[in-house]
Design a protein around this ligand. Structure first.
Ligand code: R5P
Length: 291
């Protein structure tokens, strides 16, 4: 353990300075093997370097919440507009047609309705991830959460080791507990710990000072959408995150709880990939909704 006494607050983030690393469109992936790069290229568009992941794994801890009661009715019609699907194997096998031909970021840790040590220390069998042809495995890391941190770091390290064996990247999902700060310092810490422990992608939350979170994380960051916002605000959240360096979104409720989910996911896609402003994105949303 390094001596914390001599540590200084991080300050030199090199904001705005391009990385000298080149040769691949996904941040931090230049030195990876072909299989990893292929899977990352299925998730992150080679044209824009970005992704719109559709997250619908909420039921694995929350049960049938609003918008995911009937995945076959609410989520399947959205799939054609998503770049990547993020869900559990139970939903993938039971409710998603195998011919949708979309990359899957498979939720690969365990979920229970009550958070205990156990559910943070279990991974699905990596062979099941291979059988599902997963393009990535998503695993939570709970930074700054006492003993849970060590447990979830160990879980993520194990997932990264297994992923490295078979060429499957791991997405570190930064946890947000009730007691945890939701500021740039915390999200930068959590994201960096994910990357240093082997995550090839990090999912975290947008916050003030987000450009520092992105700059100090050596792999691409996608943001979760969080609780449902009015559509224009949700599009502004996407826009600000992309502007501050996010490589995309992993969005659920702000899409499937929208008054028009099909219009919303297309508007999110246009903001993420085509650079539409929140106003332009909202106009597109209204156009699509009304036709
Ligand atoms: C987080 O761990 C959940 O699994 C969701 O995938 C994530 O929060 C994204 O969904 P939402 O945009 O609804 O927050």
């Amino acid at each position: 353990m390094a001596d914390m006494d001599g540590f200084r607050e991080a300050a030199d983030f090199g904001i705005g300075q391009a990385s000298p690393q080149t040769g691949f469109h996904v941040k931090g992936a230049s030195s990876m093997g072909w299989g990893m790069k292929d899977r990352l290229s299925r998730i992150f568009s080679p044209a824009t370097g970005r992704t719109v992941m559709l997250a619908f794994d909420h039921g694995f801890i929350m049960g049938p919440t609003s918008g995911v009661e009937r995945i076959d009715l609410s989520i399947v019609p959205l799939i054609q507009y998503a770049d990547c699907l993020m869900c559990t194997r139970g939903i993938l096998r039971s409710s998603i047609p195998a011919n949708v031909n979309k990359p899957v970021c498979l939720r690969s840790d365990a979920g229970t309705t009550v958070l205990t040590e156990l559910n943070r220390n279990v991974l699905i069998d990596v062979e099941d991830a291979i059988r599902f042809n997963a393009s990535a495995m998503a695993v939570m890391l709970s930074a700054g959460d006492g003993e849970q941190e060590a447990i979830t770091v160990a879980n993520l390290v194990r997932a990264a080791d297994l992923g490295n064996r078979y060429g499957i990247p791991v997405m570190g999902v930064t946890a947000v507990g009730k007691q945890m700060e939701r500021d740039a310092r915390y999200f930068a810490l959590a994201s960096r710990v994910c990357a240093e422990n082997g995550a090839a992608i990090v999912k975290t939350y947008y916050c003030e000072g987000f450009e520092k979170v992105v700059a100090s994380c050596p792999v691409p960051i996608v943001i979760a959408g969080g609780k449902k916002l009015p559509e224009e605000e949700a599009l502004a959240l996407c826009y600000k995150a992309i502007n501050d360096g996010a490589a995309g979104v992993d969005m659920g409720r702000n899409v499937f709880q929208s008054e028009s989910p099909v219009a919303m996911i297309q508007a999110v896609h246009a903001v993420v990939h085509d650079g539409l402003t929140p106003k332009q994105g909202y106009e597109l949303f209204l156009d699509l909704k009304n036709h």
